[in-house]
Design a protein around this ligand. Structure first.
Ligand code: GDP
Ligand code: GDP
Length: 435
């Protein structure tokens, strides 16, 4: 399900501070990796058991403090169209401004839920003062402080009520959902044309459903699948900064709605920081990922080139080393079919279930061979393990002292799971629980 929360509002109200608060903990892990830029305005957040993507619109079109420009107007329109929930942030310290009114005039036309968030309300005075934002005509304001966290829980409780949930009677349940993601000009549309060109047979256009009408079901190359996000439905952003904003928003949405992402790269440009960001986001969202290096025809190469590329990509993606990499050329129709085959294989891997007995039979000897190292003189014993019935492979290891198991040992277990059961292309989640 693609739940996207967009934060809009004039400059300096505290959008990026709030964004950081929402995404902080989850971001830390990926951001420590070399090559991943901090310069990113989207990320993962979690509230109770709900996960969602947050996007800070201020990171894309900044605008000026006192003029409502066309660029901002267009950005707000895009946010209303594409996000699940829009958070309209205002500043309870400065109070209501003309620029806030300009935003509100557009937001009032939104069919999506809009929350007025009165930030910087860490004092009782300001909390009370925030009632004035009721005049924006967008319902009761939510006083919060991005700095201290006050009020954010109440806000998020309301926000998540608007999230999309799985439809138990979805006629497309069980059909692999694929997103083709990548920066502009890597060859995504060309790929779709080759993939669906002649044999294109649209089974259904899934319109008017809660899925925001971005899905189309196809049969091609003997496979039945759904593409999340279809280029035909895209609007044309007028303003340059909005082109990037819109493209990222669509990508995040398509990615979230998918089971598998085909992450396309351009062989003439290599793996760039933006690619790493988006691949990292897909992995965090627990999506299956296939890396497709396109335009392989345009690269000068010999029999070693693919291997050198593969090694270099794995190094840059570290510690993510389990994503299949295919070198393809859409122009020369080289390995197009293999990419689709691989995507289907990864889909199977994502849904693979290992029985408890098989799991224990295979993993116990590995644990005996290399038991978790004792910490603070405490002996750690893993007793047994199970796979949970979740949409992506998740394992629980029951042990006496779960808090003492360290990251390297978790990695060891993950590697052994991959070695024995082959989870190519899919992130694995491991939990340790007390028993
Ligand atoms: P943006 O332009 O909307 O992204 O705003 P920023 O997040 O950059 O914040 C603008 C200024 O407001 C910075 O100086 C922040 O430290 C400050 N600020 C943000 N949130 C709060 C808050 O909850 N309380 C107070 N007092 N200041 C805040
Ligand atoms: P998109 O923006 O990701 O949808 O990319 P397009 O499909 O529009 O392609 C961008 C450019 O890359 C176009 O000029 C294509 O002709 C070119 N292109 C696409 N695939 C290949 C390929 O396999 N090899 C080469 N050399 N160029 C390609």
């Amino acid at each position: 399900m693609a739940n996207i929360v967009a934060i809009v509002g004039r400059p300096n109200v505290g959008k990026s501070t709030f964004f950081n608060r929402l995404t902080e903990q989850r971001q830390a892990i990926m951001d420590n990796q070399p090559g991943v830029t901090r310069d990113r305005h989207y990320g993962y957040a979690e509230w109770t058991d709900k996960r969602f993507t947050v996007i800070d619109t201020g990171g894309y079109v900044v605008g000026s403090e006192d003029v409502f420009e066309g660029a901002i107007r267009e950005q707000v329109e895009i946010a209303i169209e594409e996000a699940t929930v829009v958070l309209f942030m205002v500043d309870s310290m400065t109070g209501l401004t003309g620029l806030d009114q300009d935003f509100a005039n557009i937001l009032r036309r939104s069919k999506k839920p809009v929350f007025v968030v009165a930030n910087k309300a860490e004092t009782a005075d300001r909390m009370q003062a925030s009632a004035e934002f009721y005049a924006l005509g967008l319902g009761d304001p939510y006083p919060i402080s991005s700095q201290t966290g006050t009020g954010t829980g109440d806000l998020l409780d309301e926000v998540i009520k608007h999230f999309q949930t799985e439809d138990p009677e979805d006629p497309n349940a069980g059909v692999p959902r694929i997103a083709i993601i990548g920066r502009p000009n890597v060859g995504k549309s060309s790929f779709l044309n080759v993939l669906l060109g002649k044999e294109r047979s649209i089974v259904t256009d899934i319109a008017g459903t809660t899925r925001d009408a971005i899905d189309t079901r196809y049969k091609a190359f003997g496979k039945d699948f759904i593409l999340t996000d279809t280029a035909g439905l895209r609007r044309k952003a007028r303003v340059n900064d909005n082109i990037e904003f819109y493209s990222i928003l669509r990508t995040l949405k398509a990615m979230e709605a998918s089971d598998i992402c085909i992450a396309m790269l351009d062989a003439t440009r290599g793996l760039e920081a933006q690619d790493l960001n988006i691949i990292g986001q897909a992995v965090k969202a627990k999506k299956g990922v296939v890396l497709m290096v396109n335009k392989w025809d345009a690269v000068e190469k010999d029999h070693k080139t693919a291997d050198i590329w593969r090694k270099e990509m794995v190094r840059r993606l570290a510690p993510i080393d389990y994503l299949p990499i295919l070198f393809a050329s859409v122009h020369e129709k080289q390995r197009i079919f293999q990419v689709m085959e691989k995507a289907m294989e990864v889909y199977e891997n994502k849904h693979k279930k290992i029985t408890t007995s098989k799991l224990n039979e295979v993993m116990q000897p590995e644990i005996e061979k290399y038991p978790p190292p004792a910490t603070k003189g405490k002996h750690i014993k893993i007793k047994y393990m199970i796979q949970l019935p979740t949409p992506s492979p998740t394992f629980v290891f029951f042990c006496n002292l779960p808090q003492y198991i360290k990251e390297p040992y978790e990695r060891y277990l993950e590697n052994k799971l991959r070695e024995h059961f082959g989870f190519d292309g899919v992130p694995i989640t491991i939990f340790f629980r007390q028993k």
